[in-house]
Design a protein around this ligand. Structure first.
Ligand SMILES: [Zn+2]
Length: 268
């Protein structure tokens, strides 16, 4: 999840109670990557700290120029975001192919107000985007004030972050975390949630960093994203979020993003 006007994010499940319900919906798997037989989705500790995604290379497709948008024109925003999703689909499909894991693109819904998502009602006052593992769907809120500035960059980062959660789901990371939610203490659940969120942030940074030179943006746009960051208990401290966003950005691939083996000082 990404909170409005902030750079942070949260998966839809942070408590043991709701996790139990969620995990039941994770049985389905996406279609196999073309070419070779997919390996089974990793489980247990290996899913978190020895995931095949960490062995893949840099993102391979450096071009993702942003399409133009018109102020307050929802359709142009949809086209802009669909194009971005094409880039994410291409880049992540290749990473999953390298990992030998099954993958197919996520479902995406653009919404302009709070609606039922399959993971509860969309928290419109709080989140700019969320991923619901129950229906493999990214829910993206296009709120009015955001549509007024067609040069804004935040939406790009929201989509890249939510896509990061989808990748975690397909790679067995979210399912493993949800299994653990059922048995761990509240404190440990928060720790897991932060590592999930910081990893999605790192995945987001890795993708954006990989296409950055094709965007024609100034360094300022990245600096501004860093400046907006504030932390909370579910997402980590601002310095942790900045650390993982930058680590992904300059690491340029999922391999930079093993938050689950990272020391506590970077995931506080
Ligand atoms: Zn998130």
């Amino acid at each position: 999840m990404i909170r409005i006007s902030l750079r942070a994010a949260a998966v839809t499940v942070t408590t043991a109670a709701t996790a139990a319900a969620t995990v039941l919906s994770l049985a389905g798997t996406a279609g196999a990557s073309p070419g070779k037989a997919a390996r089974p989705m990793p489980r247990g500790q290996a899913a978190l700290t020895a995931n095949p995604l960490y062995k893949t290379g840099e993102f391979d497709f450096p071009e993702c120029s942003e399409l133009s948008r018109r102020p307050d024109d929802l359709d142009t925003y949809r086209v802009y975001l669909d194009h971005l999703l094409d880039c994410l689909n291409k880049s992540w499909t290749e990473e999953f192919r390298q990992a030998g894991l099954r993958f197919s693109p996520p479902k995406v819904r653009y919404i302009t107000k709070s609606v039922p998502t399959g993971c509860g009602k969309y928290p419109a006052g709080y989140a700019a985007g969320m991923y619901c593992p129950k229906n493999d769907t990214m829910w993206i809120l296009l709120y009015k004030s955001q549509l007024s500035d067609p040069t804004e960059f935040n939406l790009f980062t929201v989509i890249a972050h939510e896509y990061g959660h989808y990748a975690q789901d397909r790679a067995g990371i979210l399912p493993e975390v949800y299994r653990r939610y059922r048995t761990v203490s509240k404190k440990r659940a928060y720790d897991l949630t932060r590592r999930v969120e910081l990893q999605a942030e790192c995945f987001s940074g890795a993708f954006i960093g990989s296409v950055w030179h094709s965007l024609g943006r100034e360094e300022f746009d990245f600096e501004e994203q860093l400046d907006w960051i504030t932390g909370d208990a579910a997402h980590g401290k601002a310095r942790s979020i900045r650390y993982w966003l930058k680590r992904g950005w300059y690491g340029n691939g999922p391999k930079a993003c093993d938050t689950f083996a990272a020391p506590a000082r970077t995931t506080a």
